[in-house]
Design a protein around this ligand. Structure first.
Ligand code: 73E
Length: 797
């Protein structure tokens, strides 16, 4: 963008307020101020945005398209200002006219078109792609309602719709009606032989949807590059309006882009979800192929200019859909279409949980996307034929796409692409050795690892201005553009004034969070206590319950001996449970009632506090993460593919208390064993139990009085105001043999927690570890991760 002065900014800002809202600056609402600033930002980048589009066309740059059913940007104002390099100027200019930039920041609604780590990763990539200058665009759905808003009522989670989208639309998007395309679903299709021997698909009774794109700006950091996140909305096609005569028909169409499915681990088997997947895949690919066609290059070589990434299995229909478009719309023959499709497509697996590996009933699939069903059948048939006689038939039976009347989307994505990656070293190893091992026999060359990363600018400069200013003082400002410069801190680990400066920053961040907790929950938090944080989706494998068990133990210890010496602790939780996930909701209830129990018990002398923060989302994370002393990453080893909050906490100077799972292992490698606290079984120990079937939680319960006392607290009335929840938990732990091995890991966990309490007393040693963590967090930058994708998988840089 052009050089901007404060005076120019103030002038245009005021003028825009007049034009849009007919108000003077001092009468405008925060919302009006925010939208006006957003609009100016869009104007500032417009020429860069257009130039980007033109240069990609003119230079025929190979472009990657990141297809994802989720994007979770949160708020965009600060990121956009920072990346444009005008944050300070705008903040000062606004202050000059008595507008507080923080009030504008608050006025923006979180864009929560994602559930958790998977969607947030996609958004970190959207920030990093333009930052490294790579032509990489997003493709997704413009949900009218994002992830539900969580309220806690009487300790229970209540889900409310998240109407994030103002009636005027998001300020960051541009509607592109002229780029709309039609997507066909339902009906039937048969293949009519043509004179030249080709088969032409003839559709009957289809329903046509009108897909309208909204392009959202993605601004690179200080480099003039603006990429695009294309989100599709559905409209009723005027041409086919007779197909939708009743209000109910019309509503059904509108609903296609109404809701994000609020499930982080298992799919909701609704036809609507399948339609959503096909809708965004088809609309995206039609546009991509059409723009490639404008280059007048051979269709069978589309892989030389286009890469399509399948983020988790949800967009896996991209494989048959690209085949369909190439064959049916552009006349490419099957073999050529298949060869190029496999080179275009690549896939990331995000989880080993079998319930999250999508499978669709063939009947439903055939009903909704009949032509895609045909093509998938043919891909499957050819796959079986190709491998027959070359490998064991068992392998073919288990890797083929169609099995027992189900379509296995991961199999489709693997067979139809050239790359399969996991999201942390251990996770990729597990894919190769276990979950996808038979695919590894067939296609070893496809497998690779890309450890997740985080957009460091948001998780340091924006979320933690106090720490950022300190870093500027200590190591200069270079780290802001080159995060690896954080390693300069290595020379300062033991300097006591540096240590105390980091301590001061942490205390100030803790105070900010404490103020928020006071305001929202009316609980007083002592900031000299250890702030021990676990924020993530609520899931049994993430083991929030292990954390709860430890809190119960501390409570029981303190009740038994009120004079017990203990470093005061504040346990902070934030977590949404999938609405249909009964067990997870019971854990939320238990945490809230445990909080009520301990927070108001004066005999505990403020040594123990428990806080459950309602409606955990990206904005709240930006407040919580910088305030944490301890980062809880305590999943059963082998279950958490990577985790990304672990990286955010580390970068903000929290010590990680972790199992050897996901990216925790790489954090340990980065900081060394002395600067992370590891406990519990590793993946091999967990797998040994699976192999030998020898785990017996009841035996542990019967033989360990401390564990028995803790587990019984769920049912013996210790936690008041609970009903079936405690029994449900007790049963999961004892009657159903504790699927996630909490009891086995408990003793080590409690011991390591005690170690942390002691360590915190030794401020110098603690702070040295804190600084060591920050110094080594640069390697978890999503700029580096995405560079790996761009070079190794997509070949775009
Ligand atoms: O470990 C995280 C990982 O850091 C993993 O659980 C999460 O993805 C993160 C980013 O790689 C994830 N989400 C889903 N699967 N894995 C998922 C599955 C189905 C629907 C929505 C999300």
């Amino acid at each position: 963008m052009e050089q901007l002065t404060k005076e120019q900014f103030i002038k245009t800002f005021k003028a825009q307020l007049h034009t849009d809202y007919l108000v003077d600056n001092n009468e405008a609402t925060a919302e009006e101020h925010f939208r006006t600033l957003g609009k100016l930002i869009k104007q500032y980048v417009m020429s860069d945005w257009l130039r980007r589009r033109d240069e990609i066309v003119k230079e025929q740059k190979k472009t990657a398209y990141y297809f994802s059913i989720e994007f979770l940007p949160g708020k965009m104002l600060q990121t956009n200002l920072l990346n444009l390099g005008i944050y300070d100027l705008v903040a000062e200019a606004l202050a000059d006219i008595n507008v507080d930039i923080n009030v504008l920041v608050e006025a923006e609604r979180d864009m929560a078109l994602g559930n958790g780590g998977l969607g947030r990763l996609a958004s970190c990539f959207m920030d990093s792609l333009p930052t490294i200058g790579a032509p990489g665009f997003g493709n997704g759905i413009r949900y009218k309602y994002g992830l539900f808003k969580q309220r806690i009522v009487n300790g229970y989670q209540v889900e409310l719709p998240d109407a994030w989208l103002p009636s005027e639309g998001s300020v960051w998007e541009t509607k592109k009606p002229h780029s709309a395309v039609d997507v066909k679903i339902y009906g039937s299709v048969y293949l009519a032989p043509q004179e030249d021997g080709a088969l032409k698909p003839i559709y009957e009774n289809v329903k046509t949807l009108h897909a309208v794109p909204y392009d959202v700006i993605q601004i690179g950091f200080n480099n003039g590059v603006v990429n695009n996140l294309r989100l599709w909305d559905v409209e009723l096609p005027e041409k086919y309006e007779l197909d939708y005569q009743t209000l109910a028909d019309r509503r059904r169409v509108e609903d296609i882009t109404s809701f994000l499915y609020p499930d982080d681990s298992s799919r909701d088997g609704q036809a609507m979800r399948l339609i959503q997947e096909y809708f965004m895949v088809s609309a995206g690919l039609q546009t991509i192929v059409a723009s490639y066609a404008k280059m007048h290059l051979p269709m069978a070589k589309i892989h030389e200019k286009v890469a399509v990434h399948i983020n988790d299995t949800h967009p896996a229909m991209a494989v048959p859909e690209l085949m369909r478009i190439l064959m049916d719309d552009y006349g490419v023959k099957w073999d050529d279409a298949w060869a190029t499709t496999c080179k275009v497509m690549s896939y990331t697996n995000h989880t080993v949980l079998s319930e999250a590996l999508e499978k669709w009933d063939t009947g439903l699939f055939k009903e909704i996307v009949p032509r895609i069903h045909q093509i998938v059948g043919e891909i499957d048939r050819k796959f079986v034929k190709e491998w027959a006689g070359k490998v064991d038939t068992g392998i073919i039976d288990r890797t083929r796409i169609v099995q027992n009347n189900q379509i296995h989307m991961a199999n489709l994505a693997i067979i139809g692409g050239h790359s399969v990656n996991g999201v942390a070293k251990l996770h990729t190893e597990l894919l190769i050795e276990d979950v996808l091992k038979e695919f590894y026999v067939l296609f070893p060359e496809k497998f690779n690892n890309k450890t997740n990363g985080i957009a460091q600018r948001r998780w340091s400069q924006i979320a933690n201005p106090g720490m950022s200013a300190l870093l500027d003082d200590l190591i200069g400002k270079g780290w802001r553009s080159n995060i690896h410069e954080l390693s300069k801190l290595e020379a300062l680990l033991t300097e006591s004034d540096v240590q105390s400066s980091f301590y001061q920053v942490k205390q100030a961040n803790k105070q900010k969070l404490a103020d928020y907790v006071k305001k929202t929950l009316d609980i007083d938090l002592p900031i000299d206590a250890i702030f021990d944080v676990q924020v993530k989706r609520l899931h049994a494998y993430k083991r929030q319950l292990l954390n709860v068990m430890h809190i119960i133990k501390l409570y029981q210890d303190l009740k038994a001996d009120p004079g017990l010496e203990m470093t005061p602790r504040v346990f902070i939780f934030g977590a949404k449970a999938a609405p249909g996930y009964h067990f997870a909701k019971s854990v939320i209830k238990i945490i809230n009632e445990l909080a009520n129990l301990v927070n108001y018990d004066t005999s505990l002398n403020d040594k123990l506090k428990v806080v459950f923060l309602e409606n955990y989302n990206v904005s709240l994370a930006e407040l919580i993460v910088p305030a944490a002393d301890v980062s809880e990453q305590i999943s059963t080893a082998g279950k958490e593919a990577s985790g990304t909050s672990n990286m955010k906490f580390m970068m903000n100077g929290a010590l990680t208390l972790a199992t050897l799972d996901g990216a925790n292992i790489e954090i340990k490698d980065a900081v060394g064993e002395d600067n992370i606290v590891i406990f519990g079984m590793d993946k091999d120990a967990v797998y040994a139990h699976y192999d030998k079937h020898d785990y017996n939680s009841r035996a542990i319960y019967d033989s360990d009085p401390i564990i028995k006392r803790v587990v019984d607290a769920f049912i013996d009335g210790t936690i008041p105001n609970t009903h079936y929840e405690g029994h449900e938990i007790w049963d999961a732990l004892i009657s159903y043999n504790d699927e996630y091995f909490l009891l086995e890991d408990f003793t080590d966990y409690a011991e390591k927690q005690a170690y942390i309490s002691a360590l915190y007393q030794d401020k110098n040693s603690w702070q040295a570890k804190v600084i060591k963590n920050i110094a080594n967090s640069g390697r978890f930058s999503s700029d580096d991760t995405i560079e790996g994708y761009a070079k190794d998988i997509w070949g775009i840089i």
